[in-house]
Design a protein around this ligand. Structure first.
Ligand SMILES: *Cc1c(COP(=O)(O)O)cnc(C)c1O
Length: 491
């Protein structure tokens, strides 16, 4: 018989092909940090959006990367940051007055880097007790600010859509005892949920994914202020019950995407209680104002919620993705995501394993960037930032009113939607085209990024303060750009 040697080959003793080594790794990270810092400056000096989308050139550039052999990583980083700067809308620009994409704080970016490098596995408590406790600490802080009871718990998610998906699974599990085993098939009638027509339409995707079907989402018309209409809600619910359908979830949106409206949360909480529905508050954007004593009253009623969504990657200025799901029913949450396997480490007594209370299994340490920013800046800095953004929004609204724009939404939050009265007088079709042309003109000019929205069937131009870099002079520049676009666009 041949003798088998126990000695490993010299190749196996040497570093593996992906092991760059600590010194070279640290140099690469330093280069990345320098590029990120310079990117922030370059963005503020350039146009908010590229002049033309340039898909062919992006693909030509990428075609040169066939992964056939190694390339210097520093050069690649420079190339990639340059590509991102040339070919993308810059939400980190102080005049990005768009969707709820923030400029991330430096603390948040640093937290993201550490989370990536240390890479704790947040599936099982036993693998990452410090990381899980850091997240729980942040979740409990936010739950307390929202007025949820001390036992409230939850999870970090990829974003608001996953947090809202979690709410639907939890609501089905709470409402229907057979749902965990036999699913929708075993239910006494067709389950339906209510959200305002102005709510974030992730609800439709969620209904599709969960097997509820899109028509299970009853979109309740909004009133003139963009808030869910309670009278219509009562009618729709009565119709559903009379038809044998089974309502299980009522959603209140705190800060609608289009116009920043806050649904009447106290009344919704009362109705949900009377009807036996799970009450979820989608505060993906505006839920963050819980950190400000001045703005917290806007959320009154949220303390009655069975569950809440807040996106830290919106108004808390965390880098994406950092959504937060909170609930006052941690036991039902554990029931919603329970599973047992032989290969996962045993449960800890200290806290539930995150993979047993959330949609995800293996999970990145999304909470670190939020913890770090809160701990470094302090709650008060976040409160003052949101109050300042709100004041900038009020300034923007005054300036636009002074220029003769008609205000189309009604909210103290910094989303300002306006229309031109002369364009409106032409009727919905021509008005929509005119407002779209004005928005396109502003975006092409690169001075600001703004968008088009429809509120109650009417076209409007939407401007929202989302960057902590925005200052008063940026408001003036944006208002001037809008005025110029208006003059350049014939009716
Ligand atoms: C942004 C938003 C969502 C979706 O959140 P993502 O983080 O984009 O997944 C849901 N609801 C509201 C009110 C939002 O503003």
């Amino acid at each position: 018989m041949e003798e088998i040697t126990a000695e490993p080959s010299s190749a196996l003793r040497a570093p593996g092909p992906l092991d760059l080594g600590t010194e070279a790794g640290a140099r690469l990270l330093a280069e990345a940090v320098e590029l990120i810092a310079r990117h922030a400056e370059a963005v503020a000096d350039g146009p908010v959006a590229p002049a033309e989308p340039d898909t062919d050139r992006i693909r030509d550039w990428l075609a040169g990367h066939d992964f056939a052999g190694p390339r210097p990583a520093g050069e690649l980083l420079t190339e990639v940051t340059e590509a991102l700067r040339r070919w993308g809308v810059h939400a980190t620009h102080p005049r990005y007055l768009g969707l709820f994409v923030p400029t991330p704080t430096w603390w948040g970016v640093a937290g993201e880097l550490v989370a990536a490098g240390v890479n704790p596995q947040l599936a099982a408590y036993g693998h990452a007790p410090a990381a899980v406790e850091i997240e729980r600490h942040v979740l409990r802080f936010l739950a307390a600010r929202l007025g949820l009871p001390p036992g409230a718990d939850g999870s970090f998610t990829t974003g608001g859509a996953e947090a809202n998906l979690t709410a639907v699974v939890l609501a089905l599990t709470r409402r229907f005892t057979t749902y965990p085993d036999t699913g929708l098939a075993g239910l006494p009638g067709r389950p339906v949920l209510y959200a305002s027509a102005e709510s974030h339409l992730a609800w439709l995707k969620i209904a599709h994914m969960t097997g509820l079907g899109r028509s299970a989402v009853r979109l309740v018309p909004a009133d003139a202020a963009g808030r869910l209409d309670l009278a219509r809600l009562r009618e729709m619910r009565d119709e559903d019950v009379a038809a044998g359908r089974v309502p299980f979830l009522l959603v209140g949106t705190a800060g609608t995407t289009g116009g920043g409206a806050v649904d009447p949360l106290p009344e919704l909480a009362r109705l949900a209680g009377a009807w036996g529905l799970h009450f979820h508050v989608d505060g993906a954007w505006a839920g963050a104002v819980a950190l400000s004593d001045r703005l917290r009253p806007l959320l009154d009623g949220v303390e009655h919620a069975d569950s809440v969504t807040v996106d830290a990657h919106k108004w808390l200025s965390a880098p994406m993705g950092a959504g937060i799901f909170l609930t006052r029913h941690p036991d039902a949450l554990a029931d919603s995501f329970r599973v047992s396997t032989a290969y996962m480490p045993p449960d800890s007594d200290a806290a539930p394993d995150p993979y047993l209370t959330s949609v995800q299994w293996s999970r990145r340490f999304a909470g670190l960037k939020v913890f770090l920013a809160l701990a470094a800046a302090g709650r008060d800095a976040f409160a003052r930032q949101m109050e300042r953004d709100t004041d900038l929004g009020a300034l923007l609204a005054r300036r636009l009113a002074g220029d003769g724009w008609r205000r189309m939404n009604d909210t103290p939050l910094p989303v300002v939607c306006v229309a031109d009265p002369a364009a409106e007088a032409m009727g919905p079709g021509p008005s929509g085209q005119w407002h779209a042309a004005v928005v396109a003109h502003v975006v092409r000019g690169g001075q600001a990024w703004i968008s088009l929205v429809r509120l109650n069937g009417r076209s409007a131009i939407r401007l929202c303060i989302t960057s902590h870099r925005t200052r008063a002079h940026d408001i003036e520049t944006a208002v001037a750009a809008l005025g110029e676009a208006r003059s350049a666009t014939p009716y």
